[in-house]
Every structure is written in C-alpha cells, then in structure tokens.
Write a protein that binds this ligand. Structure first.
Ligand code: GCB
Length: 644
C-alpha cells in the first residue's frame, strides 16, 4: 500500500495519545524570540513501489540532496499543484522535506537557559521530524500544530546549520480524521501491477504538504507552558478567570496584568490561578453588532524563578476578549443579546498553493467577508490556520470551530480506535483555540453516518469529552440525516442541518424548497426544541453561464435557489432558526468526478475570489439583517464599511 508497511504501525502506536502540555502561539516577547522557516525547502516524493525507500535508506541521516534528486518546494504550501507532474498532484505516500537553518549564536551559547522549540502550524497528514538525524517528534493529523524541544540537539553544534528533515504521509485509513481507504485494483486485465487509489468520503481535494508556518522559537528553560482564560460579565463588571501552567520548576512566581487597548492596566493578579475583575468592561462584540467589534485586552503573564542563583523571567502576552455565550431553546446569545449567524462555510483552498497559508488570500477573504456583511463562518471541515483565527478575533467574525471529523461514513470508523483518536483531536483543537473569543461553538463532525447504531455512543462520548474539556462553549455536529433517524442529535446544544433541496434532491425543482425546508425545520424543532442553524445550502453555478428561466448550473439558478431558501429563513428566524451559512464562500478543488467541473462550483465567489451574481443577493440580505438587528449608530447602519 501507499507507504502502508511504514504507516500502519505508526498509526497503531500514535492513536489515543492524549495531547500533553500547552500549545501557545509563538510570539515575540521580551523573553522569547521567533524565527520563521518559510521559503524554499528541499523536497522529494518517495516513488519507490512500497513508498518506503526513505526509511530503508535513512534519508534523514544525511542531507536529502545526497540521497537522490531533490526539487525546491515552497513552505507553507500544498505540494500537489506546484509542478507540472500529474503523478505528484495525485501522489499518495511519503514525501520528504528538508531545510538547513543557522541559529543565532545567542540561542546556543553558554548556559542551558534558553530552550529552542521547533513548531509546525500544521502538516498533512502524518509527520515524522528529525533534527540533525535525530527523531524529535511524530504527529498524526493534518490541521493542528505540533512542536518539539530541540535544545539538546542544536546546542551541541553552534555555528553549524541544523538540518530539519520531515517525512510526511497523506495516506488516510478508516481510523484517521478524516477517514479514507486505499483500494488495490487487482484485475490485471484492467490495471497495471500494484495499482491503487485512495477513496475518500469528503468533497474536497486531499491536499498535502507543510501547510502552515514552521517556526523556531525560544523560551527560558523554565517557561509559561499554557494559559487558559474564561470570562463572565454583566453590564458594569466582568470577571476574567485564568489558569497558568509553568514547566521546569515549582518555585516560580507569577504576576499578571490586563491592559486595555490604550495600554492602561485595568486589573492585576498573581499566582497560577485566579480571577481578574474589570469594571465597565469593553466587551468583545461580533462584527456588525457594535461599532467597535473584536475588542481585545492584553493579558501579560510574567513568570520569575531563580535557577542556580540566576533570575529567569518568561513573559507571554495573550489577547483576551471578554464575552459570554448562552444557548436557549430558541436563541443563541452573545453577551446576552440574540445573535443570528449570517455567514458562510469556507475552505482553505486556492490556486497553486492548495491549502497552504497565504497572506494575500487571507486578507482578501476577510475583506470579502466584511463586504458581504457576513458576521460568521464555520471552519468546514477542519481547523483553520491560527493566523486566520487571530483575524476572526480581531475583526469580530464569529466562528463555529470544526474538527476534521468529515466523511465518517464507514462502520469501522465508529469503533474504539477511531473514537480514541477523535477524543485526542478534540483535545488538540481545544488546547489551541480555547482562548479565542471568536470561537463560540465546537463542531465535532460534518455529515457523519449518524443514523448507524454505533453513532449514538460515539457522539455521546465525543461531545461529553468536548464539554468536559471546555464547559464554556456549546457543542454541535453537522448532520444531513433525517431528524427521525439521527442518533447523535440528542447530545448537541444546537441542531446544525445541511440540505440541498432542488439540487441533490429534486434537482431543478426550485418550487419544492418552501415546503421541504419548512417541514425540515418543523420536524427538527418538534423533536428536540433546540435552536437550528441551516449549516449548508447551495447550488453549483458556472460563472458566466446564464439562463432565464433559471436552469441548474447557471448563475440565475443559484440566485433563485437563495431566494427560495431565504423566504423560509425569514419566517423561521422569528421562531428558532438562529443562522444561515451558505455553501460555499468560494469555489474549491475536489477529487475529479462526473459532478465536479474542475472542483465544486457552489461558491458565491469564484476560486479566484471574483463575485458571482449570488454574492450580490447575499450581500444585500446580510446587510439588511444586520441593520434590522443591530443598534449601531446610523453611519454604520447606512452600509458604510467599517474596515479596521
Ligand atoms: C455537503 C458537504 C460538503 C460538500 C457539499 C456539496 O453536504 O458537507 O462538504 O462540498 O455538500 O457541494 O456537495
């Protein structure tokens, strides 16, 4: 199989390992430095029949160029679309990356008081990392960060470049998240020897590579490992509860100060746990709900400790938004006020870079979101880059934070092995995003086969675990199963339903939407008395294809479908429908198939982020809803964009 002889034993070992320690985003502070390792790395895909030549020949022991030909590969980026080679585009198995870096001497000299950490924002899907030939970390999962303390390895050779080697495997199994399977085509009359394909049950291209920034950063040897913050508030006073964990000593002291955006200290505290009281707080508000959305204080945490007579100090500054979230049987409340999700589902996806983080693209997307009047998105169908999440916090874009539990369809994906891994992924996700004010709800999966009997215990367990890790946020998963058959819905706080009336069901029949959508909402509400989000609805449109009367795939059909859905949303949002998220923000790449024309075309923007006609329909609607429901000053209410 695709590197299977090497991959499977690793997966068996790796599954179920609980996420240990913190995963604070690396920031420059008075006690910490960071060095970006983006740019060109050496790269080779292992095309050997078993995809295992790299391990057999120990490519990590020597510079990669000495073990065979290499090409330049940009990081961060997916590798698939970078070359003209179709076999790399569709490659399955191990690929190898390598970078040589010279570290500043001040990181390496003298005492051992500086800790050097190598951190990957994400790499898809299974990673093994060596530094100077020594294995430092293995990580399973494509969308979450991992890191290794490499101090002891790099300190031995100051002035010599250190060699970072990464082996990465994009093979999916029934037990990975997302799941997949390798299928061998054994009919020798139809397929060449050893021919196999990877089957996936999700609708986006399985891009692979080092997708997010790789950085080296330093901390003192005794350091702030993690910070957890939760907030409560009334009109005139807010409480910020904090917990700080320190690694390396027990004899440290901790002091905290919370500053407002003018730099004024509004509260102070000390010790590893406590509460800060903020009078007349500036609350964190969503975009379009307040004239100053996304307000964040800065929590400066300072740790001091004496090690062998030397005073060590570590400082970390965490942005903190003060806000509350509550769910009733009909409403989603942010800071006690009803919040209606008028937003989108996205993908991390673009030409050439695939799922690699790309600042111009990220900024363009946020500008489009705000142009659209969108106040929210779901991170369909995996956690997005921390840099994107930072901007959600800063701009007040509300997030339903989804784990990579997409395409859980095979019965074997509901077994204990998958379950244990799913719990670990939730731990990693919450560890990363727990302090983000923009994240108002966790989504543990998208469209699993939640009608299957084992789904009941599976989702009961995953959701209970998620709530135990973070009691401050509601939890959901997104379903497309009939209300009467779904076995996971009893455990969610908010019902999130996907439906494609007039597209996958009754294609071409827009006239069925009002009845079918009304019935959908009424059935779900009657069964559960929980608020409902239409978490996906949409229609493909090929940009520039027109037809009147509207026919499928034309821009007019996409617009007409929107209008039919919206008329029902407008009735039901007076009752218990609390949101609508279009599928999709932009066209995106998928596996090839007879229903996909160079990818999924349900975007209201093209893959190059140009608006289709539907974008204007949605823009008018979102601004109208925002104006009706907000108490913003008139200047903002009159469509003037307030971009920060
Ligand atoms: C869905 C999935 C999404 C697909 C979409 C579609 O229900 O959740 O991943 O891309 O439908 O367009 O088929």
């Amino acid at each position: 199989m695709a590197g299977g002889c090497r991959l499977l034993p690793l997966l068996l070992l790796g599954l179920g390992t609980a996420a240990a320690g913190g995963m604070l985003y690396p920031r420059d502070t008075p006690s910490r430095e960071r060095k970006e390792l983006g740019g060109l790395w050496s790269f080779r895909a292992d095309f050997s029949p078993g995809r295992d030549a790299g391990f057999a020949q120990r490519w990590y022991r020597r510079p990669l160029r000495q073990t065979g030909p290499v090409i330049d590969m940009p990081v961060p980026s997916s590798f698939n679309d970078i070359t003209q080679d179709p076999s790399l585009e569709n490659y399955i198995g191990w690929v190898w990356y390598e970078k040589e870096v010279l570290l500043p001497l001040r990181w390496l000299q003298g005492d051992l008081n500086t800790r050097v950490v190598l951190r990957f924002g994400s790499a898809h899907y299974y990673s093994i990392v060596w530094v100077n030939g020594v294995q430092v970390v293995e990580h399973e999962g494509g969308h979450l960060p991992f890191e290794a303390d490499i101090s002891s390895i790099v300190k031995g050779s100051p002035g010599v470049p250190c060699r970072i080697t990464v082996a990465l495997n994009n093979t999916l199994t029934p037990y990975t998240l997302p799941p997949g399977s390798i299928q061998y085509m054994n009919d020798k009359t139809r397929y060449p020897k050893n021919y196999f394909v990877q089957n996936i049950r999700f609708d986006f291209f399985n891009y692979a590579g080092i997708h997010r920034p790789v950085v080296l950063y330093t901390t003192p040897s005794v350091y702030i490992d993690d910070i957890t913050v939760t907030t409560t508030s009334s009109q005139s006073v807010a409480m910020v509860q904090y917990q700080v964990s320190v690694v390396g000593s027990t004899l440290y002291s901790l002091s905290l100060s919370l500053r407002d955006q003018e730099g004024k200290v509004v509260a102070t505290g000390d010790g590893p746990a406590g509460e800060l009281k903020v009078l007349n707080p500036n609350l964190w508000w969503p975009y379009l709900m307040h004239e100053n959305p996304g307000y964040r204080y800065s929590l400066e945490v300072k740790m001091q400790v004496r090690v062998n007579g030397v005073l060590l100090e570590d400082v970390y500054t965490l942005p903190v938004g003060i806000r509350t979230v509550h769910v009733t049987s009909t409403q989603f409340l942010i800071n006690g006020r009803p919040f209606y999700f008028h937003g989108v589902n996205k993908h991390e996806d673009a030409d050439i870079r695939g799922k690699g983080l790309d600042w111009p693209l990220v900024m363009k997307d946020f500008n489009l979101l705000r142009w659209l009047g969108a106040n929210s998105f779901r991170t369909s169908h995996y956690p997005y880059a921390e840099e994107i999440m930072d901007l959600c916090d800063a701009y007040g874009i509300v997030v339903i934070d989804e784990c990579p539990g997409v395409g859980i369809k095979m019965p074997e994906s509901f077994g204990n092995k998958s379950l244990q891994h799913h719990l670990v992924v939730m731990e990693e996700l919450i560890r990363r995003d727990k302090n983000r004010p923009s994240v108002v709800m966790w989504s543990v999966a998208n469209e699993p086969a939640s009608e299957l009997p084992p789904a009941a215990n599976y989702f009961k367990t995953v959701i209970a675990h998620t709530k135990a890790l973070d009691p401050s946020r509601p939890v959901t998963f997104v379903t497309d199963v009939n209300y009467a058959l779904d076995r996971g819905a009893p455990y969610v706080d908010v019902i999130c339903v996907n439906s494609y009336f007039s597209w996958y069901h009754d294609p071409g029949h827009l006239e069925v939407i009002p009845l079918q959508l009304t019935t959908q909402f009424e059935n779900w509400y009657k069964a559960y008395q929980k608020p409902i989000i239409q978490s996906e609805y949409g229609a493909d449109s090929v940009p520039g294809l027109h037809s009147d009367p509207p026919l499928m795939f034309s821009e007019e059909y996409q617009k007409a479908m929107l209008r039919e859905y919206h008329s029902v949303f407008d009735k039901k949002r007076k009752e218990y429908v609390i949101g609508e998220l279009i599928w999709n923000f932009a066209d995106f790449m998928t596996n090839q198939g007879t229903t996909r024309v160079l990818g999924n075309k349900k975007g209201i923007f093209t893959r190059q982020r140009q608006p289709k006609s539907a974008a204007f329909v949605l823009r008018e609607r979102y601004w109208k809803i925002a104006n009706e429901s907000s108490c913003l000053p008139p200047i903002i209410k009159s469509h003037s964009l307030f971009l920060k």
